[in-house]
Design a protein around this ligand. Structure first.
Ligand code: NHR
Ligand code: GAR
Length: 210
């Protein structure tokens, strides 16, 4: 069984998608939010998951916040730390401490639109495609090795809300798949690329289909 700590800041619908996928070999050992009123936290508690709040606003600086977060997370000895709608930029120290086991889901097709307000920026840029990117986290914001991406069309009548909703749908499909791949040891980081190794059973299935 692989242990997962999930960091959230808000609604927690991606957390929910992962929980509801009932991934074999994956156990969510804690859900941590930097916002006390995060909706996702309440939902997690209702599911019987262990929850914690560490409010960033109560710390004198980012380093102190990150140190407290590291101490709490390390208590669980997780195999994977998942940023699922976590809205605080993390220090290099934090990212390096969890190198290779820290994954983020970002609502744009990186390397386009790192940072915030991605849907607004995609619409303003006249993009015809939008999507989400799941990547290993490195100190470079939204710049780590890409694991998976999902794309959706942008329509003429789209607003930030309609686009966000369309993107969120593929986030919910893709994130459980990536978590499953990670806990099955299928992902290998090679430089800035991620190789996905399929297992023997899958290869056989693929051959049968060919
Ligand atoms: N930290 C590092 N070092 N590297 C990454 O790739 C990170 C990261 C922390 C969070 C998620 C990211 C996203 O998917 C993420 C990736 C928050 C901000 C931000 O500007 C930017 C990117 C992401 C998350 N946060 C503001 C801050 O001052 C606060 C904004 C708010 O509270 O609403 O930290 O997009
Ligand atoms: C998701 O769209 C996620 O990609 C995005 O916030 C939303 C969280 O939704 N993440 C970021 O913008 C990170 N900066 P959720 O709380 O319902 O999972």
């Amino acid at each position: 069984m692989k242990k997962i700590v999930v960091l959230i800041s808000g609604r927690g619908s991606n957390l929910r998608a992962v929980v509801e996928a009932r991934i074999a070999q994956a156990e969510i050992v804690a859900v941590i939010s930097n916002q006390a009123n995060a909706q996702g936290l309440q939902w997690a508690a209702e599911q019987g998951l262990t929850t914690h709040v560490i409010e960033h606003s109560k710390f004198i600086d980012r380093e102190e916040f990150d140190h407290t977060l590291i101490r709490l997370i390390d208590g669980y000895q997780p195999d994977l730390v998942l940023l699922a709608g976590f809205m605080r930029i993390l220090s290099s120290e934090f990212c390096l401490h969890y190198a290779g086991k820290l994954i983020n889901i970002h609502p744009s097709l990186l390397p386009s639109f790192p940072g915030l307000h991605t849907h607004e920026r995609a619409l303003e840029s006249g993009c015809r495609l939008a999507g989400c990117t799941i990547h290993f986290v490195t100190p470079k914001l939204d710049g780590g090795p890409i694991i998976a991406q999902g794309a959706v069309p942008i329509f003429d009548h789209d607003t930030v809300e309609t686009l966000a909703q369309r993107v969120l749908k593929i986030e919910h499909q893709l994130l459980p798949q990536v978590v499953n791949d990670f806990v099955s040891d299928r992902l290998e980081i090679k430089g800035n690329r991620v190789i996905r190794h399929s297992d023997a059973t899958q290869d056989e299935e693929a051959n049968l289909l060919n």
